[in-house]
Design a protein around this ligand. Structure first.
Ligand SMILES: [Zn+2]
Length: 573
């Protein structure tokens, strides 16, 4: 049943993972979303495993778990659970795996992930030449009209760490427009034809909150940062409905395969929301989607008018605002100059006044406010505004307003974050991806308040962990590894990068379960496995708490269960 729907067990998983890495890309069939989920059955199923970590303080480690009507019926020893489940219960022996509560990525982008699964992925390429090679063998799904689209490049991974230019692309693509978004989604690399169609010339002024990088004589180099990307987006043909549906189907399927039972979508456009709303009504969503409305574009007017939405698997009661750019492209807003670019302090994408007006409007409408803030200046502005607006709306603690990334912070702001009852939504793999160059950007002083997970915890803030996919892979095992080690996959640097900020295995697992549940007002129903709670869980070939962290990256997801339904299974029965 579920095997067929999600495309064939382990083989299917391997195929999709390979395609994410960008080697071979299948064109997904044009379809209308995932197949309908079966209804939770009244029949009882008992899962038995070597170890079940419930995160229920009363019974943290058990060997069996009974599921009925999509909920946890009982946990305990096999005998206890079999007795509770009754004689006609189905028993599934999972063998030597560790079962944990459903894993939730607290910050991802489903539409971006889906687009990455069907356009040219440039993650992991070593050079511009290799990027061009990949572009030359683009699948048909990578085109919108005659535009060729790709994503995921990162010049920090290349020998030549300078930004690429239009000239690199023009030699290969003289007449076809090409637009490639950077791994962090905060810069576009385009060719001359794309610039021409967007009308970008040496005379085009930088838009507010954006930069057109320029070379000799003020000529655009082909790199557009932050709000300057909108100049291209304005002329880019829209994905067709079929392309859009295929992208989201691919993203949902992939999420289930990597062990996610839930995703907090950090800034959902209205078109995606409408499609997911329909699929939710039709019972087609294989995992729980906690959506943040896109508060950046004109879509926000509709979201404000309609107010929060609570569906079966889809909830929309948060808004995402983006206050600054990213550290990699030096778009993060800092109080003082970048240490590696004197005179430059990054960009606020919204004026503090405009930001505050939007925050107040959404808070007054009952939304949780989630703000992207990476630089220390952006974080200061967010905390100033959130504190004022939460007080005005009476939602200081109850609003659970969130700072997305909370990446480079002044010590006093870290304290304010916890004291204010705000949530720190952080991404462990950002730290390990950024650690080779982050200190060069901000210097030895400011780096102490960067990616400072233990300091954030000590301030009293709840940590909700995520990956920010497709910026990073939506791989929770990689996230748990990065959280525990602050090392790359080769185990470097020895001892971990600013190792005092590492999380324990327990803390890391909590960040992807109970922390994520708290951050989405779902802690009474999810995040732990105890009777009455939703039967969302995952079986892993590794114990994420007690096994050496080095075993995490090579481990596998064996089973993903959402509301008692097996949405992914990597073994035959
Ligand atoms: Zn994001």
């Amino acid at each position: 049943m579920t095997l067929r729907r999600l495309g064939g067990g382990l083989l299917g998983a391997v195929l999709i993972l390979t395609s994410l890495a960008g080697c071979t890309r299948r064109v997904p069939p044009v379809d209308d979303g995932p197949a309908p989920m079966p209804e939770p059955t009244a029949a009882t199923t008992v899962y038995v495993a070597q170890r079940i970590r419930t995160l229920d303080p009363a019974k943290p480690l058990v060997e069996a778990l009974a599921v009925k009507d999509g909920k946890v019926l009982a946990t305990g020893t096999k005998d206890e659970v079999l007795a509770a489940a009754g004689n006609d219960a189905r028993v599934v022996e999972l063998g030597s795996v560790t079962v944990v509560p459903g894993l939730t990525d607290s910050h991802g982008h489903l539409a971006g992930l889906g687009q990455g699964l069907v356009t040219v992925g440039l993650q992991g390429v070593d050079s511009k030449a290799e990027a061009l090679e990949r572009l030359s063998s683009a699948p048909s799904s990578a085109f919108r009209g005659d535009w060729l689209l790709g994503q995921g490049w990162d010049q920090n991974d290349w020998q030549d760490k300078a930004f690429p230019t239009r000239a690199d692309l023009d030699a290969r693509f003289p007449t076809r427009p090409v637009a490639l978004s950077r791994v962090d989604g905060h810069a576009l690399w385009v060719n001359g034809e794309a610039l021409r169609r967007a009308g970008i010339t040496r005379d085009t002024k930088d838009p507010a909150g954006g930069r057109i990088l320029r070379g000799e004589g003020g000529e655009p180099t082909g790199i557009l940062v932050d709000n300057a990307m909108a100049l291209i987006e304005a002329v880019l043909p829209r994905a067709t409905d079929a392309q859009h549906a295929a992208q989201l189907t691919a993203a949902l399927k992939h999420s289930a395969q990597v062990g996610l039972t839930g995703v907090h979508d950090a800034g959902m456009d209205l078109r995606t929301f409408r499609l997911l709303q329909r699929w939710d009504k039709e019972g087609k969503l294989p995992l729980r989607v906690y959506a943040m409305a896109d508060g950046q574009t004109g879509d926000r007017e509709t979201y404000l008018k309609e107010g929060p939405h609570e569906g079966r698997m889809l909830t929309m009661r948060a808004v995402k605002l983006t206050l600054d750019g990213a550290l990699g492209s030096r778009g993060a807003a800092l109080h003082q100059d970048y240490s590696d670019e004197p005179g430059h302090r990054g960009l606020l994408l919204l004026t503090p006044e405009e930001y505050e007006a939007r925050v107040r409007a959404f808070m007054a409408r009952g939304f949780q406010v989630c703000t992207h803030a990476i630089g220390d200046r952006a974080n200061t502005v967010v905390l100033d505004v959130l504190s004022r607006a939460a007080e005005a709306t009476g939602t200081q603690q109850s609003g659970r307003h969130r700072v997305e990334h909370a990446q480079v912070m002044r010590p006093e702001d870290i304290d304010r974050l916890g004291r204010g009852g705000f949530i720190a939504s952080v991404q462990p793999t950002h730290a390990t991806s950024d650690m080779p160059w982050a200190e060069a950007r901000v210097g030895p002083e400011r780096i102490r308040g960067a990616y400072a997970w233990q300091r954030l915890k000590a301030s009293g803030a709840v940590l909700a962990l995520g990956s920010d996919f497709p910026v990073e892979r939506p791989d929770v095992l990689a996230g748990l590894y990065a959280a525990r080690t602050r090392q790359d996959l080769r185990g470097l640097p020895e001892g971990g990068w600013y190792a005092g900020q590492r999380l324990s295995g327990q803390e890391a697992l909590e960040g992807f379960t109970v922390g994520a549940a708290h951050a989405s007002f779902a802690e009474a129903r999810r995040g732990r496995l105890q009777p009455g709670m939703d039967a969302d869980f995952v079986a892993l070939t590794v114990d994420p708490v007690d096994a050496p962290a080095s075993e995490l990256p090579g481990a596998q997801v064996r089973l993903t269960v959402v509301a008692g339904i097996e949405v992914f299974r990597a073994f035959q029965r």
